[in-house]
Write a protein that binds this ligand. Structure first.
Ligand code: NAD
Length: 345
């Protein structure tokens, strides 16, 4: 099977930063025995780059590659049969169209929930205790503590939206590690929640009204797009903190800016942004940001943004490569892949 891997990062062989290597090296280490032929491309998949998939059986993509109806139709016409996501979320793939054009979609359902949960907790600590501000301040010889006042997480109420693999672990760390009062909202209750010290509330509104910090961990779907909007942001406690390590479009950015400008929200941590595909995973340091909402969010003193980094651990990259290779090998020999994503799942 021949696979073209879009949005792949270059190998970095510098001895002191070799641990920062991305997909190419992790895939090379995992793909030692299979007959899969992988061609790595740095560019994203979209309608302008799909022609590069000519002659390949599968395309392997990441979170910001575009797989809408137009791209899927184009890929099918080129003879591509499989879409292998090297991530858990599949909101960027039009599953209905994939099914219509006879393309099978596979993903990596859980490569390291711990990686994202630990990052989410780190992000909470960052905006609460302001590590990022003290780092830059001290490097400039400023040892003043003004503006660095935080609060203890012990005893604070932290609301988790979505208690799947990542939300559950995030709640566990906060409850068992920090002795926070962790409450959760989910359409389905997870049996392990009580064991991890997490208590469900009956409604999103109740959770938002009670929480000092809210952390988002549900997937992006039609039903969850902009779940944090003017109304629901308004239901949060005044001065509450909001964290999003899930998907950008769970939050209406315009409404978020409004809630920050009125001072309704105390601080915000974002690892994801609804328009991130135009900026993330690339060096834009000498480019203009044309997305005014994004630029405005970056300008707030109390907003911390990272570039979709929560997944990025050695362990997660290895698991992504292992599972993707396994998915593709199964498809190549005509087997039934456990990680197929079906329309209407
Ligand atoms: P999961 O499928 O295990 O859990 C998702 C949970 O959300 C489920 O319990 C589900 O019932 C719940 N849910 C669905 N709709 C809901 C709603 N309307 N209200 C409340 N809860 C709802 O997923 P996971 O592995 O925990 O991952 C969660 C999300 O994290 C993924 O969808 C992905 O978008 C994101 N993610 C981000 C990164 C990153 O690097 N930032 C990495 C991996 C995953």
């Amino acid at each position: 099977m021949k696979i073209v891997v879009y949005s792949s990062k270059k190998v970095n062989r510098h001895p002191t930063t070799a641990h920062l290597q991305y997909d190419i090296s992790s895939f090379a280490e995992c793909n030692t025995t299979s007959d899969l032929k992988l061609q790595f491309l740095e560019i994203h998949l979209d309608k302008t780059t799909l022609a590069l998939a000519a002659g390949y059986d599968a395309v392997c993509i990441f979170v910001n590659d575009v797989c809408d109806a137009e791209v899927l139709e184009g890929l099918a016409k080129l003879g591509v049969k499989y879409i292998a996501l090297r991530c858990a979320g599949f909101n960027n793939v039009d599953l209905e169209s994939a099914s219509r054009f006879g393309l099978q979609v596979v993903r990596v359902p859980a490569y390291s929930p711990d990686a994202v949960a630990e990052f989410a907790v780190g992000m909470i600590m960052t905006i609460v205790r302001k590590y990022h501000k003290s780092y830059t301040r001290v490097r400039e010889g400023n040892f003043l503590l003004d503006g660095l006042l935080g609060f203890n997480l012990k005893g604070k109420t932290i609301g988790i939206i979505g208690t799947g693999k990542i939300g559950l672990l995030t709640g566990k760390i906060l409850s068992r590690g920090f002795e926070s009062n962790v409450i959760a909202y989910d359409l389905y209750h997870n049996d392990q929640a009580a064991e991890y010290g997490i208590t469900y509330v009956d409604s999103l509104e109740e959770m938002l009204g009670k929480s000092d910090i809210v952390s988002l961990h549900c997937p992006l779907m039609e039903s969850t797009k902009y779940m944090m909007n003017e109304k629901t942001l308004g239901q949060m406690k005044k001065g509450a903190y909001l964290i999003n390590t899930s998907r950008g479009a769970l939050i209406d950015s315009h409404a978020l800016i409004g809630a920050l400008k009125t001072g309704h929200l105390g601080a915000v941590g974002l690892d994801v942004y609804e328009g991130e595909s135009a900026y993330f995973f690339a060096d834009g340091s000498s480019k203009i940001i044309y997305d005014d909402n994004f630029a405005r969010l970056l300008s707030f003193y109390n907003v911390f943004v990272s570039g979709h980094q929560a997944f990025l651990t050695v362990e997660a990259l290895k698991n992504i490569a292992d599972t993707t290779i396994d998915n593709l090998e199964t498809l190549a020999r005509g087997g039934v892949c456990q990680n197929v994503v079906k329309h209407n799942i």
